[in-house]
Design a binder for this molecule. Structure first.
Ligand SMILES: *[C@@H]1O[C@H](CO)[C@@H](O)[C@H](O)[C@H]1NC(C)=O
Ligand SMILES: *[C@@H]1O[C@H](CO)[C@@H](O)[C@H](O)[C@H]1NC(C)=O
Ligand SMILES: *[C@@H]1O[C@H](CO)[C@@H](O)[C@H](O)[C@H]1NC(C)=O
Ligand SMILES: *[C@@H]1O[C@H](CO)[C@@H](O)[C@H](O)[C@H]1NC(C)=O
Ligand SMILES: *[C@@H]1O[C@H](CO)[C@@H](O)[C@H](O)[C@H]1NC(C)=O
Ligand SMILES: [Cu+2]
Length: 264
C-alpha cells in the first residue's frame, strides 16, 4: 500500500505510540558463556555492574535536542559501571535487549571508547567514540506493510529475539574500553526533535591479542559531537518506500571486524 505522505503521517500518529514500549539491554554474554547483567533502572539498592547506570526509568529515550549534551553518551545522567567484562580481541559479545517494538524502526550502532585508566572512573564528557558496527536501512522488504519503511537493523534485532552480536575488533590493543550500543528509533523522525536514541554503555577489559597486532582506536568523537538534530539520518521520514539511508555518526573504524547478524 502506497499512501501520500500526509495520510501516512496521520495514520502513523494514530498507530504508533510515541512514548511507550521502549527497550534496554538486560544482559551481555561472552563466548565463554559468562553473563553480565545490564543496568536495571527499576532495581533499588547498589548494583555492582559492568554496565553503566542511567536515569532511564521507563526505558526512555534521548531526544535530538539533547544530542549536544553528554546525556547522549551513555543515556541520561549516566555514571560508570564499577566492573569490567574480561574479553579479548575477536570475541563475539551478545547484547540482549528486553524487547524492541516493531514500530521503532531504525539503525543499530555500536561504538568503543578507550578509557585513560579504569573505565569505572571514566568521564562521559571526554570519552571519544569510535564506531565499530552499524546496520541501518537494509531493503524495502515489508515496505508495503505498516509502519512501512522496509527492513532495518532494528528488524534484524527483533528477528533475533531482541539480541545483537558484536565482535571486539581483532586488532584492538589491550586496555579498558567502554562499549556503547544504541538503537535510534525513527518512527517520528520526520518531526524536528522526533528521533529517539537509546544508548547503553558497558565496560570492557580487553586482553592483548593473540595475533600480536595491536592498534589504538583513532578518530573518536565525543558524545555531544556525535549527532546533530538535523543530520540526514536523524531528521528523516521513513514512512514511505525508503530507498536509502545515511547512518548517523562517524564512519565505521577501518580496522573494525564487523560480522553479519543471524537473519541479516
Ligand atoms: C563488586 O564486585 C567485585 C567483583 O566481583 C567485588 O570484588 C567487590 O567486592 C564488589 N563490591 C561490592 C560493593 O559489592
Ligand atoms: C542544544 O540544542 C538545543 C536545541 O537546539 C538548544 O536549545 C540548547 O541550548 C543546546 N544546548 C547546548 C548545551 O548547546
Ligand atoms: C537475558 O535477558 C533476557 C531478556 O530480558 C532474559 O530472557 C534472560 O533470562 C536473561 N538471561 C540472564 C542469564 O539473565
Ligand atoms: C519500492 O521501491 C523499489 C525501488 O523503486 C521498488 O522496486 C519496490 O517495488 C517498491 N516497493 C513498494 C512496496 O512500493
Ligand atoms: C531484506 O533484509 C532482510 C534482513 O537482512 C532479509 O532477511 C531479507 O531477505 C531481505 N530482503 C530482500 C528482498 O533482499
Ligand atoms: Cu517508544
Amino acid at each position: 500500500m502506497r499512501l501520500p505522505p500526509t495520510t501516512t503521517t496521520l495514520l502513523i500518529s494514530f498507530l504508533v505510540p510515541t512514548t511507550s514500549a521502549h527497550g534496554r539491554i538486560t544482559n551481555i554474554t561472552t563466548p565463554s558463556g559468562a553473563v553480565y547483567q545490564g543496568w536495571d533502572p527499576a532495581s533499588t539498592g547498589p548494583q555492582n555492574l559492568t554496565a553503566w547506570r542511567a536515569a532511564n526509568l521507563g526505558n526512555i529515550f534521548v531526544k535530538p535536542s539533547q544530542f549536544n549534551t553528554s546525556h547522549i553518551a551513555c543515556h541520561y545522567d549516566a555514571t560508570p559501571g564499577a566492573l569490567h567484562i574480561p574479553t579479548a580481541p575477536g570475541d563475539v559479545l551478545n547484547l540482549q535487549w528486553n524487547e524492541w517494538p516493531a514500530s521503532h524502526k531504525g539503525p543499530v550502532l555500536t561504538y568503543l571508547a578507550a578509557c585513560p585508566g579504569s573505565c569505572a572512573e571514566a568521564a562521559k564528557e571526554t570519552l571519544a567514540w569510535v564506531k565499530i558496527d552499524e546496520v541501518g536501512w537494509l531493503n524495502s522488504s515489508g515496505a508495503d506493510v505498516l509502519p512501512l519503511g522496509g527492513t532495518w537493523g532494528s528488524d534484524v534485532l527483533r528477528a533475533n529475539a531482541a539480541s545483537w552480536t558484536v565482535k571486539v575488533p581483532e586488532v584492538l590493543g589491550e586496555g579498558s574500553y567502554v562499549l556503547r550500543h544504541e538503537i535510534v528509533a525513527l518512527h517520528v523522525a520526520e518531526e524536528v526533535d522526533g528521533a529517539q536514541a537509546y544508548p547503553q554503555c558497558v565496560n570492557l577489559r580487553v586482553a592483548s591479542s593473540a595475533g600480536g597486532e595491536a592498534r589504538k582506536l583513532e578518530g573518536g568523537v565525543v558524545g555531544n559531537k556525535l549527532y546533530g538534530m538535523r543530520d540526514k539520518g536523524v531528521l528523516v521520514d521513513i514512512h514511505g518506500n525508503v530507498t536509502g539511508y545515511e547512518n548517523p555518526g562517524p564512519k565505521v573504524w577501518e580496522f573494525a571486524t564487523r560480522i553479519k547478524q543471524p537473519n541479516q
